[in-house]
Design a protein around this ligand. Structure first.
Ligand SMILES: Nc1ncnc2c1ncn2[C@@H]1O[C@H](COP(=O)(O)OP(=O)(O)OP(=O)(O)O)[C@@H](O)[C@H]1O
Ligand SMILES: [Mg+2]
Length: 370
């Protein structure tokens, strides 16, 4: 069923992306050590990841960076909590519980509750603190393991603990472990992985990159039609065209619309208006999260996003800032801020023009939410 909002976790529920599915499954089978899934927000990264992981039947741990999107720093305790819940989730999936429990027995800071098949990781210093790297190495001693890190760039905010050091160690010394990372903030993910920084722990390690594109118009239409058919909905042709214009090939927004239609039991203009309003609020909140810790430049970022609700060239963006501030602004300052918005996945550059990557952020801007 396409029109279900939760990330898909089975290949049967996944629309298309055949090429990406093939690439990811092949990379898993070939035991590529570092696999990177890139795509703007709501392009289906988590769905692709979960569906392929489940199809390949290799035990995995899934860390979710997304929950930290609105945060400036994360503590080591929070990392351990994430690891703990990923372990418990892995234990609840069939097949690997014995292997996992056997591997974890006796590790520092790890407590097992055998009757309930649960693990808890200690975090209170000095002696009972579990070491994430030791936990993963112990599991890998008994066989293959995939460490999947969704929205991995968020773990760059860990205070006093650099996760990329242990990841580089796993890459170099623990061949049983494959690491798969995803990120919607593509520039930030590249920074986290240290692609251009020779001193970064993961610098220079070979990685397979898989990119998730927006759907083309034909595919987006097909997705809506098939989704509607599965859900027993009829989307009138005019409305369908409007949805396609509004959602700009982003599978997550198309799904959101479809799911709301299912809930309402009908597809009409009113449902679309509500979806767009809610989508705009969500996009505005994501942008708000981005501004956390960037308060000094927040006003300028807002000016940029408002201006980019229509595509604009660099000069036009600069003029918009100058007009809003009533004075000249150095070009370098504008370029830096634009680049940060691109790195965080809010803005795309298409040839000489800059534009908002997410049509709902554009809506948010037009609604005065930015
Ligand atoms: N191939 C697909 N077929 C059907 N539905 C999909 C597909 N890909 C994504 N979706 C749906 O689109 C929405 C967004 O998907 P998902 O969460 O996987 O994307 P994402 O790129 O991880 O998003 P985010 O950037 O928000 O983390 C979800 O509701 C999901 O069910
Ligand atoms: Mg995701």
């Amino acid at each position: 069923m396409y029109f279900d909002e939760a990330p898909k976790s089975r290949l049967e529920d996944l629309y298309d992306f055949e090429e990406q599915v093939r690439e990811l499954r092949t990379s898993i089978r070939r035991r590529n050590r570092l696999i990177v899934l890139l795509g703007l927000r709501r392009t289906g990264k988590t769905s692709l990841l979960l569906s392929c992981l489940n199809a390949e039947k290799v035990p995995y741990l899934l860390l979710d960076g997304r929950v930290f999107a609105g945060r400036q720093v994360i503590t080591r305790e929070e990392l351990l909590r994430q690891l703990e819940s990923s372990l418990n989730e892995a234990l609840s999936r069939a097949g690997f519980a014995r292997r996992f429990l056997g591997a974890l027995r006796g590790l520092r800071g790890v407590e097992l509750s055998l009757p309930h098949l649960r693990v808890s990781l200690g975090w209170a210093p000095p002696s009972r603190v579990a070491d994430p790297l030791e936990v993963i190495k112990a599991l890998a001693r008994r066989g293959r393991l995939i460490l999947a890190i969704d929205e991995a760039q968020e773990f760059g905010k860990l205070a006093g603990y650099d996760l990329t050091g242990p990841l580089a160690h796993l890459y170099d010394y623990v061949p049983n472990v494959q690491v798969i990372v995803t990120g919607s903030k593509v520039g930030l993910l590249r920074d986290f992985l240290g692609e251009e920084n020779p001193r970064a722990p993961l610098y220079g390690r070979f990685r397979v990159e898989i990119e998730l594109p927006h759907l083309g118009e034909r595919e987006a239409r097909e997705f809506l039609e098939r989704g509607a058919e599965q859900a027993g909905l009829r989307i009138p042709p005019d409305l369908q065209e409007e949805v396609l214009r509004e959602m700009d090939g982003i599978i997550g927004w198309l799904t959101f619309f479809g799911a709301r239609c299912r809930a309402a039991g009908r597809a009409d203009e009113q449902v679309l208006r509500r979806v767009v309003e809610e989508g705009a609020r969500m996009a505005a909140e994501e942008f708000q999260n981005f501004l956390v810790g960037r308060e000094a430049a927040a006003r300028r970022y807002r000016i940029l996003v408002r201006r980019l609700s229509e595509p604009a060239r660099w000069r036009e963006v600069k003029e918009a800032v100058e007009r809003a501030e009533g004075r000249g602004v150095p070009g370098k300052a504008v370029s830096t801020l634009l680049q940060k918005l691109i790195d965080a996945g809010f803005v795309r550059r298409v040839e000489e023009e800059y534009r908002l990557a997410d049509p709902m952020l554009r809506r948010a801007s037009l609604m005065g939410l930015i």
